[in-house]
Design a protein. Structure first.
Length: 316
Protein backbone atom coordinates (compact mmCIF):
# COMPACT_ATOMS: atom_id res chain seq x y z
CA UNK A 1 0.00 0.00 0.00
CA UNK A 2 2.88 2.42 0.67
CA UNK A 3 5.79 3.77 -1.33
CA UNK A 4 8.43 6.38 -0.56
CA UNK A 5 9.97 7.83 2.56
CA UNK A 6 8.51 7.30 6.00
CA UNK A 7 6.69 10.12 7.74
CA UNK A 8 3.27 11.35 8.81
CA UNK A 9 2.65 13.49 5.72
CA UNK A 10 1.56 11.37 2.79
CA UNK A 11 -0.07 11.66 -0.62
CA UNK A 12 -2.98 9.32 -1.23
CA UNK A 13 -3.42 7.93 -4.73
CA UNK A 14 -6.86 6.46 -5.51
CA UNK A 15 -7.14 4.17 -8.51
CA UNK A 16 -6.67 0.66 -9.79
CA UNK A 17 -3.33 -1.03 -9.31
CA UNK A 18 -3.28 -2.08 -12.97
CA UNK A 19 -3.92 1.46 -14.25
CA UNK A 20 -0.62 2.72 -15.70
CA UNK A 21 -1.42 6.31 -14.72
CA UNK A 22 -1.92 5.29 -11.10
CA UNK A 23 1.35 3.37 -11.08
CA UNK A 24 3.23 6.24 -12.74
CA UNK A 25 1.94 8.84 -10.28
CA UNK A 26 2.70 6.61 -7.28
CA UNK A 27 6.27 6.10 -8.43
CA UNK A 28 6.85 9.74 -9.40
CA UNK A 29 5.61 11.11 -6.07
CA UNK A 30 7.62 8.51 -4.12
CA UNK A 31 10.72 9.44 -6.14
CA UNK A 32 10.36 12.93 -4.68
CA UNK A 33 10.79 11.55 -1.18
CA UNK A 34 7.12 11.62 -0.22
CA UNK A 35 5.27 8.68 1.29
CA UNK A 36 2.44 7.40 -0.90
CA UNK A 37 -0.62 5.55 0.34
CA UNK A 38 -2.41 3.69 -2.43
CA UNK A 39 -6.14 3.04 -2.27
CA UNK A 40 -7.11 0.55 -4.96
CA UNK A 41 -10.70 1.68 -5.34
CA UNK A 42 -11.34 -0.92 -8.03
CA UNK A 43 -10.58 -3.70 -5.52
CA UNK A 44 -12.73 -2.13 -2.78
CA UNK A 45 -14.55 -3.50 -0.83
CA UNK A 46 -12.99 -6.94 -1.37
CA UNK A 47 -9.41 -5.88 -0.62
CA UNK A 48 -9.25 -2.75 1.56
CA UNK A 49 -10.84 -2.13 4.94
CA UNK A 50 -12.29 1.39 5.09
CA UNK A 51 -14.04 2.84 8.15
CA UNK A 52 -15.77 6.22 8.55
CA UNK A 53 -17.06 7.35 11.94
CA UNK A 54 -19.57 10.03 12.87
CA UNK A 55 -16.88 12.74 13.08
CA UNK A 56 -15.44 14.10 9.84
CA UNK A 57 -11.89 13.28 10.98
CA UNK A 58 -12.70 9.67 11.83
CA UNK A 59 -11.53 7.84 8.72
CA UNK A 60 -9.20 4.86 8.51
CA UNK A 61 -7.89 2.76 5.64
CA UNK A 62 -6.53 -0.66 6.59
CA UNK A 63 -6.10 0.61 10.14
CA UNK A 64 -4.28 3.86 9.27
CA UNK A 65 -5.85 7.26 9.85
CA UNK A 66 -6.41 8.99 6.50
CA UNK A 67 -8.34 12.06 7.64
CA UNK A 68 -5.74 14.56 6.47
CA UNK A 69 -3.51 13.39 3.64
CA UNK A 70 -1.22 16.11 2.30
CA UNK A 71 -2.98 15.73 -1.06
CA UNK A 72 -5.10 13.21 -2.97
CA UNK A 73 -4.80 12.19 -6.63
CA UNK A 74 -8.09 10.71 -7.75
CA UNK A 75 -7.81 8.63 -10.89
CA UNK A 76 -11.15 6.85 -10.44
CA UNK A 77 -13.42 5.35 -7.80
CA UNK A 78 -15.11 2.89 -10.23
CA UNK A 79 -18.63 3.63 -9.04
CA UNK A 80 -20.47 2.11 -11.99
CA UNK A 81 -20.49 -1.28 -13.74
CA UNK A 82 -19.60 0.71 -16.87
CA UNK A 83 -16.47 2.34 -15.39
CA UNK A 84 -13.14 1.75 -17.10
CA UNK A 85 -11.50 -1.52 -15.91
CA UNK A 86 -14.64 -2.73 -14.11
CA UNK A 87 -15.59 -6.28 -15.11
CA UNK A 88 -18.78 -7.54 -13.47
CA UNK A 89 -20.45 -9.16 -16.46
CA UNK A 90 -20.78 -12.50 -14.70
CA UNK A 91 -22.11 -10.91 -11.51
CA UNK A 92 -24.67 -8.92 -13.51
CA UNK A 93 -25.88 -12.06 -15.26
CA UNK A 94 -26.18 -13.95 -11.98
CA UNK A 95 -27.95 -11.22 -10.02
CA UNK A 96 -28.01 -7.76 -11.58
CA UNK A 97 -30.03 -6.24 -8.74
CA UNK A 98 -27.60 -7.37 -6.03
CA UNK A 99 -24.65 -6.15 -8.12
CA UNK A 100 -26.22 -2.73 -8.56
CA UNK A 101 -26.89 -2.53 -4.82
CA UNK A 102 -23.21 -3.23 -4.15
CA UNK A 103 -22.22 -0.38 -6.48
CA UNK A 104 -24.78 1.92 -4.85
CA UNK A 105 -23.42 1.24 -1.36
CA UNK A 106 -19.82 1.63 -2.54
CA UNK A 107 -20.65 4.94 -4.23
CA UNK A 108 -22.39 6.27 -1.14
CA UNK A 109 -19.38 5.60 1.06
CA UNK A 110 -16.61 6.68 -1.31
CA UNK A 111 -18.39 9.86 -2.40
CA UNK A 112 -18.75 10.73 1.28
CA UNK A 113 -15.04 10.06 1.80
CA UNK A 114 -14.19 12.60 -0.89
CA UNK A 115 -16.69 15.10 0.49
CA UNK A 116 -15.14 14.78 3.95
CA UNK A 117 -11.67 15.49 2.58
CA UNK A 118 -13.10 18.51 0.82
CA UNK A 119 -14.70 19.65 4.09
CA UNK A 120 -11.36 19.27 5.89
CA UNK A 121 -9.52 21.32 3.29
CA UNK A 122 -7.45 18.49 1.80
CA UNK A 123 -6.09 19.40 -1.67
CA UNK A 124 -7.88 17.07 -4.07
CA UNK A 125 -6.84 16.45 -7.68
CA UNK A 126 -9.82 16.61 -8.20
CA UNK A 127 -12.60 17.07 -5.67
CA UNK A 128 -15.92 15.29 -5.99
CA UNK A 129 -17.82 18.55 -6.36
CA UNK A 130 -15.45 19.82 -9.06
CA UNK A 131 -15.62 16.53 -10.94
CA UNK A 132 -19.42 16.65 -10.70
CA UNK A 133 -19.31 20.15 -12.21
CA UNK A 134 -17.73 18.70 -15.37
CA UNK A 135 -20.89 16.90 -16.46
CA UNK A 136 -20.92 18.04 -20.05
CA UNK A 137 -24.30 19.82 -20.36
CA UNK A 138 -23.54 21.63 -17.10
CA UNK A 139 -19.88 22.47 -17.72
CA UNK A 140 -20.51 23.97 -21.16
CA UNK A 141 -23.25 26.17 -19.70
CA UNK A 142 -20.92 27.31 -16.90
CA UNK A 143 -18.15 28.14 -19.36
CA UNK A 144 -20.52 30.04 -21.67
CA UNK A 145 -21.91 32.01 -18.73
CA UNK A 146 -18.35 32.99 -17.82
CA UNK A 147 -17.83 34.42 -21.31
CA UNK A 148 -15.54 31.63 -22.51
CA UNK A 149 -15.66 30.39 -26.11
CA UNK A 150 -17.74 27.22 -26.58
CA UNK A 151 -19.40 25.72 -29.65
CA UNK A 152 -23.15 25.88 -30.17
CA UNK A 153 -24.44 22.69 -28.57
CA UNK A 154 -27.75 20.93 -28.02
CA UNK A 155 -28.51 17.97 -25.75
CA UNK A 156 -31.89 16.48 -26.51
CA UNK A 157 -34.15 13.54 -27.27
CA UNK A 158 -36.45 15.74 -29.38
CA UNK A 159 -36.16 15.20 -33.17
CA UNK A 160 -37.76 18.56 -33.97
CA UNK A 161 -35.17 20.37 -31.86
CA UNK A 162 -32.41 18.52 -33.72
CA UNK A 163 -33.81 19.52 -37.11
CA UNK A 164 -33.98 23.18 -36.09
CA UNK A 165 -30.48 23.11 -34.59
CA UNK A 166 -28.94 21.47 -37.64
CA UNK A 167 -30.66 23.64 -40.21
CA UNK A 168 -28.16 25.55 -42.33
CA UNK A 169 -24.97 24.25 -40.70
CA UNK A 170 -22.79 21.21 -40.32
CA UNK A 171 -23.35 19.34 -37.06
CA UNK A 172 -21.74 16.43 -35.24
CA UNK A 173 -23.32 14.06 -32.73
CA UNK A 174 -21.95 12.03 -29.83
CA UNK A 175 -23.10 10.48 -26.53
CA UNK A 176 -23.95 12.86 -23.70
CA UNK A 177 -21.47 11.17 -21.34
CA UNK A 178 -18.88 10.32 -23.99
CA UNK A 179 -17.45 6.90 -24.66
CA UNK A 180 -18.09 6.68 -28.41
CA UNK A 181 -16.72 8.38 -31.50
CA UNK A 182 -17.96 11.75 -32.73
CA UNK A 183 -19.68 11.56 -36.12
CA UNK A 184 -21.12 14.08 -38.54
CA UNK A 185 -24.91 14.33 -38.70
CA UNK A 186 -26.26 14.20 -42.25
CA UNK A 187 -29.95 15.03 -42.12
CA UNK A 188 -30.64 13.75 -45.63
CA UNK A 189 -29.38 10.31 -44.59
CA UNK A 190 -31.47 10.00 -41.42
CA UNK A 191 -34.97 8.59 -41.65
CA UNK A 192 -37.80 8.86 -39.13
CA UNK A 193 -36.93 5.45 -37.68
CA UNK A 194 -33.46 6.63 -36.66
CA UNK A 195 -34.83 9.86 -35.23
CA UNK A 196 -37.29 7.77 -33.23
CA UNK A 197 -34.34 6.15 -31.45
CA UNK A 198 -33.88 9.41 -29.57
CA UNK A 199 -36.71 8.14 -27.39
CA UNK A 200 -34.22 5.61 -25.99
CA UNK A 201 -31.61 8.14 -24.84
CA UNK A 202 -30.68 11.81 -25.34
CA UNK A 203 -27.76 12.69 -27.61
CA UNK A 204 -25.29 15.57 -27.89
CA UNK A 205 -25.47 17.65 -31.10
CA UNK A 206 -22.80 20.27 -31.71
CA UNK A 207 -21.70 22.61 -34.47
CA UNK A 208 -18.90 21.06 -36.48
CA UNK A 209 -15.60 22.84 -35.93
CA UNK A 210 -13.30 22.31 -38.93
CA UNK A 211 -9.99 23.44 -37.42
CA UNK A 212 -7.10 21.93 -35.47
CA UNK A 213 -7.57 19.81 -32.33
CA UNK A 214 -5.80 21.16 -29.24
CA UNK A 215 -5.17 19.48 -25.88
CA UNK A 216 -4.00 21.59 -22.92
CA UNK A 217 -3.09 20.33 -19.44
CA UNK A 218 -3.53 22.77 -16.55
CA UNK A 219 -2.23 22.08 -13.04
CA UNK A 220 -2.89 24.45 -10.14
CA UNK A 221 -3.62 27.33 -12.50
CA UNK A 222 -0.53 26.86 -14.67
CA UNK A 223 -0.41 25.47 -18.19
CA UNK A 224 1.78 22.38 -17.93
CA UNK A 225 1.72 21.44 -21.61
CA UNK A 226 -0.18 22.12 -24.82
CA UNK A 227 -0.45 20.05 -27.99
CA UNK A 228 -1.72 20.37 -31.52
CA UNK A 229 -3.16 17.09 -32.75
CA UNK A 230 -3.29 16.21 -36.43
CA UNK A 231 -5.94 13.67 -37.39
CA UNK A 232 -7.90 12.78 -40.49
CA UNK A 233 -11.01 11.86 -38.49
CA UNK A 234 -13.49 14.11 -36.69
CA UNK A 235 -12.68 12.33 -33.43
CA UNK A 236 -8.88 12.33 -33.01
CA UNK A 237 -8.79 9.69 -30.28
CA UNK A 238 -6.77 6.72 -31.57
CA UNK A 239 -6.65 8.44 -34.96
CA UNK A 240 -3.74 10.77 -34.24
CA UNK A 241 -1.34 11.25 -37.12
CA UNK A 242 0.87 13.62 -35.14
CA UNK A 243 0.96 15.15 -31.66
CA UNK A 244 3.09 18.26 -31.48
CA UNK A 245 3.82 20.20 -28.31
CA UNK A 246 3.67 23.98 -28.60
CA UNK A 247 3.83 27.05 -26.39
CA UNK A 248 0.34 28.59 -26.21
CA UNK A 249 0.02 32.34 -26.57
CA UNK A 250 -1.24 34.33 -23.61
CA UNK A 251 -4.78 34.51 -24.98
CA UNK A 252 -5.13 30.74 -25.18
CA UNK A 253 -3.36 30.21 -21.84
CA UNK A 254 -5.72 32.70 -20.18
CA UNK A 255 -8.77 30.91 -21.61
CA UNK A 256 -7.52 27.60 -20.23
CA UNK A 257 -6.66 29.00 -16.80
CA UNK A 258 -10.04 30.71 -16.53
CA UNK A 259 -11.98 27.63 -17.62
CA UNK A 260 -10.20 25.53 -15.00
CA UNK A 261 -10.97 28.14 -12.36
CA UNK A 262 -14.65 28.31 -13.31
CA UNK A 263 -15.05 24.55 -12.86
CA UNK A 264 -12.92 24.42 -9.69
CA UNK A 265 -10.39 21.93 -11.06
CA UNK A 266 -6.82 21.61 -9.78
CA UNK A 267 -5.84 19.36 -12.68
CA UNK A 268 -7.40 18.95 -16.08
CA UNK A 269 -6.86 17.95 -19.66
CA UNK A 270 -8.78 20.36 -21.88
CA UNK A 271 -9.94 19.57 -25.38
CA UNK A 272 -10.38 22.53 -27.70
CA UNK A 273 -10.88 22.85 -31.43
CA UNK A 274 -10.47 25.77 -33.77
CA UNK A 275 -13.46 27.14 -35.66
CA UNK A 276 -13.43 28.25 -39.30
CA UNK A 277 -11.73 31.51 -38.29
CA UNK A 278 -8.98 29.75 -36.33
CA UNK A 279 -10.39 30.67 -32.91
CA UNK A 280 -10.25 27.91 -30.30
CA UNK A 281 -13.52 26.74 -28.75
CA UNK A 282 -13.66 24.64 -25.60
CA UNK A 283 -15.11 21.17 -26.10
CA UNK A 284 -14.47 19.65 -22.69
CA UNK A 285 -12.47 19.74 -19.47
CA UNK A 286 -11.67 16.25 -18.18
CA UNK A 287 -11.23 15.90 -14.39
CA UNK A 288 -9.13 12.72 -14.72
CA UNK A 289 -7.30 12.92 -18.03
CA UNK A 290 -4.82 10.46 -19.49
CA UNK A 291 -1.45 12.10 -20.09
CA UNK A 292 1.26 9.45 -20.42
CA UNK A 293 0.68 9.01 -24.14
CA UNK A 294 1.13 12.74 -24.73
CA UNK A 295 4.36 12.74 -22.73
CA UNK A 296 5.68 9.73 -24.63
CA UNK A 297 4.84 11.03 -28.09
CA UNK A 298 5.71 14.70 -27.64
CA UNK A 299 8.54 14.58 -25.10
CA UNK A 300 6.73 16.60 -22.44
CA UNK A 301 6.53 15.94 -18.71
CA UNK A 302 2.95 16.35 -17.52
CA UNK A 303 3.61 13.46 -15.12
CA UNK A 304 6.49 15.34 -13.51
CA UNK A 305 4.46 18.52 -13.17
CA UNK A 306 1.60 16.62 -11.53
CA UNK A 307 3.93 14.75 -9.17
CA UNK A 308 5.62 18.04 -8.21
CA UNK A 309 2.24 19.56 -7.42
CA UNK A 310 1.15 16.62 -5.27
CA UNK A 311 4.48 16.33 -3.45
CA UNK A 312 4.61 20.06 -2.71
CA UNK A 313 1.72 19.70 -0.27
CA UNK A 314 3.67 17.16 1.81
CA UNK A 315 6.62 19.45 2.42
CA UNK A 316 6.88 21.96 5.28
Amino acid sequence: MEHGAAGSRFVLVAGAEQDEHVDAVRRAVAARGVRVVHFDALAFPARHRLALGDRAETMTLDGETIARPAAVYLRSLYLSPMSYLVDVDEEMRENWRRTMIVFREKAELLASLLRRWELLGVPLYNSYSASDATRKPYQIAQLEAAGLPVPATLWTNDPDSVRRFASGRRVVFKPVAGGAATRELKLDEIDEERFARLANAPVTFQELLPGTNIRVFVIDGHVAAAFRIEADELDYRQNEQAIVAFEPDEELAAICRRATEVLGLRFTGMDLKEDADGRPRILELNPSPMFLGFDQRAGTDVLGALADALASHARP
